[in-house]
Ligand binder design. Structure first.
Ligand SMILES: Cc1ncc(COP(=O)(O)O)c(C=O)c1O
Length: 467
């Protein structure tokens, strides 16, 4: 039975238990809008995420069938799943290799476990300014130099849909006796139903993390953790158990369950429709004169591209991300992400033809307003500043707040990242370079949201100094 039907059955009884709102919509009408009518807790019959044997186990088994690796449910997004995997596989002092464009949650978890982190710079595609695929040869070179690496972490696809050759990377990593974790937060739709693009599980990664909520019809915060290498399962499951709330939202669980069942029963049809409509959209958009959609050209810098992420840029490579975003908003369209040179819109099986039409119509009008003058800046694509090797750093240190300019040459004591995509510019223990300061300033000037993890006042940053 679907978990949501289970909930419907149980909510008819008098709840002399949590939650405190008692599903009393008469007293608390706001509950209607937040799904409170079905909000329940782990009473008898509702199974338990921490020891699933009933309806929650059924959902996990269905997900295991669909993705083909043993699956755990995450109710704190990919963030929570990535933390669990890293805490399970790495202990203090272990060496981990991370591709530079990893999400902030990966760096945070590595900091928590006090890992030694080798950060692998990833090339930027000179044609678009978008971070390229990670090459297996790059991984091989680092592993030859640092055979002590225990875990390699790759993000694929990226926010912009750049996919790496996970199969080749997995083979390389396994040859060196290390494990491969793929952050496939943006790719839970890959490799299933009629999406023929292989996913990281099919390509041999040991553990793969999915944000269901990012690309599939499931509530925000819902995620899945797939363990391909079963020798890791118990340790990973233990850390999920330790890190996740003992009161998972049944609304989240029900939405994961419904999403997985939908994909199993209707997925082929929904994906085929999506691909057809998206294909028509791209076909029309290819005729735009000044805008380039998709902005990214297939090239040797990209192993593969996930075109469900609609990257919109200018044919002349101008800094039009902010302009485009504002214009799209003016047309009632809210994009996913604004970057300096482009804007990103996400499509999914939830989009209807009228949505694609609205987007195309808006782009047609915007196309006529280009070119935008005075912002032509060729070959100035920025890549996130290098980080090198980060050793655990914090013992015996104080944190002080200084002006950003004064931090040059000092070790950062907080994480600074542009959001979205949430790839850090700096993390604690990395020396603040001129390049990093300029990167932060330029991102701020372009109107991107730069987050300082300590909430440091504008213009300042926390750094370490000796006690
Ligand atoms: C590459 C990547 N990994 C992990 C995450 C974290 O995912 P969640 O928001 O589901 O915790 C994000 C979020 O944007 C992301 O972009």
């Amino acid at each position: 039975m679907m978990l949501i039907d289970y909930l419907r059955q149980f909510v008819t009884e008098l709840p002399m238990h949590m939650p405190g709102h008692k599903r009393n919509l008469r007293f608390f009408p706001f509950l209607k809008d937040v799904g409170g009518a079905l909000d329940i807790t782990e009473i008898k019959g509702m199974d338990n995420l921490h020891a699933p044997t009933g309806i929650i186990k059924e959902t996990m088994d269905l997900a295991t069938n669909l993705w083909g690796a043993k699956t755990l449910i995450g109710v704190n997004g990919s963030t929570g799943c990535l933390h669990a995997v890293i805490l399970a596989l790495i202990k203090a002092g272990d060496t981990v290799l991370v591709a530079r464009n990893a999400h902030v949650s990966v760096y945070n978890a590595l900091r928590l476990v006090k890992a030694r982190v080798i950060v692998l710079d990833v090339a930027v595609d000179p044609d678009s300014g978008i971070i390229a695929s990670v090459q297996s040869e790059q991984i091989c070179n680092v592993l030859l130099k640092y055979p002590e690496v225990k875990l390699v972490i790759i993000t694929s696809p990226t926010y912009e849909g750049v996919i790496s050759d996970i199969q080749a990377i997995a083979d390389t990593v396994h040859n060196f006796g290390a494990k491969l974790l793929v952050d496939e937060a943006h790719g839970s739709h890959l490799g299933i139903c009629s999406n023929r693009q292989k996913n990281a599980i099919q390509s041999g990664a040991d553990v793969v993390v999915h944000s269901l909520h990012k690309t599939l019809p499931s509530l925000t915060q819902t995620a899945l953790l797939h363990v391909n290498d079963l020798s890791l399962f118990d340790d990973v499951a233990e850390k999920m158990d330790m890190l996740q709330t003992t009161s998972p939202s049944y609304l989240f669980l029900a939405s994961i369950d419904a999403c997985v069942r939908l994909l199993l029963t209707e997925g082929e049809r929904l994906f085929a429709f999506w691909q057809q409509e998206l294909g028509c959209f791209y076909h029309s958009a290819s005729n735009l004169l000044n805008l380039k959609v998709p902005y990214v050209n297939s090239s040797s810098n990209f192993y593969a591209l996930d075109l469900s992420k609609i990257v919109i840029g200018g044919r002349r490579k101008e800094k039009i991300g902010s302009f485009l975003t504002q214009k799209l908003r003016h047309h009632g369209i809210e994009p996913e992400m604004m970057a300096v040179f482009y804007t990103l819109c996400l499509s999914s099986i939830g989009d209807e033809r009228k949505g694609y039409d609205q987007l195309f119509y808006a782009l047609q009008l915007i196309d006529k307003e280009l070119p935008v003058k005075n912002n032509l800046l060729k070959n100035l694509f920025q890549k996130p500043p290098s980080m090198g090797i980060i050793e655990p750093f914090e013992e015996g240190m104080n944190k002080i707040s200084v002006l950003l300019e004064a931090a040059q040459g000092k070790p950062a004591a907080e994480t600074v990242y542009v959001y979205p995509p949430g790839v850090p510019v700096l993390i604690p223990g990395v020396w603040v370079s001129r390049e990093a300061i300029d990167y932060i300033k330029q991102a701020q000037e372009q109107g991107l949201q730069v987050i300082f993890s300590n909430g440091t006042p504008q213009g300042k940053i926390r750094i370490f100094e000796k006690k």
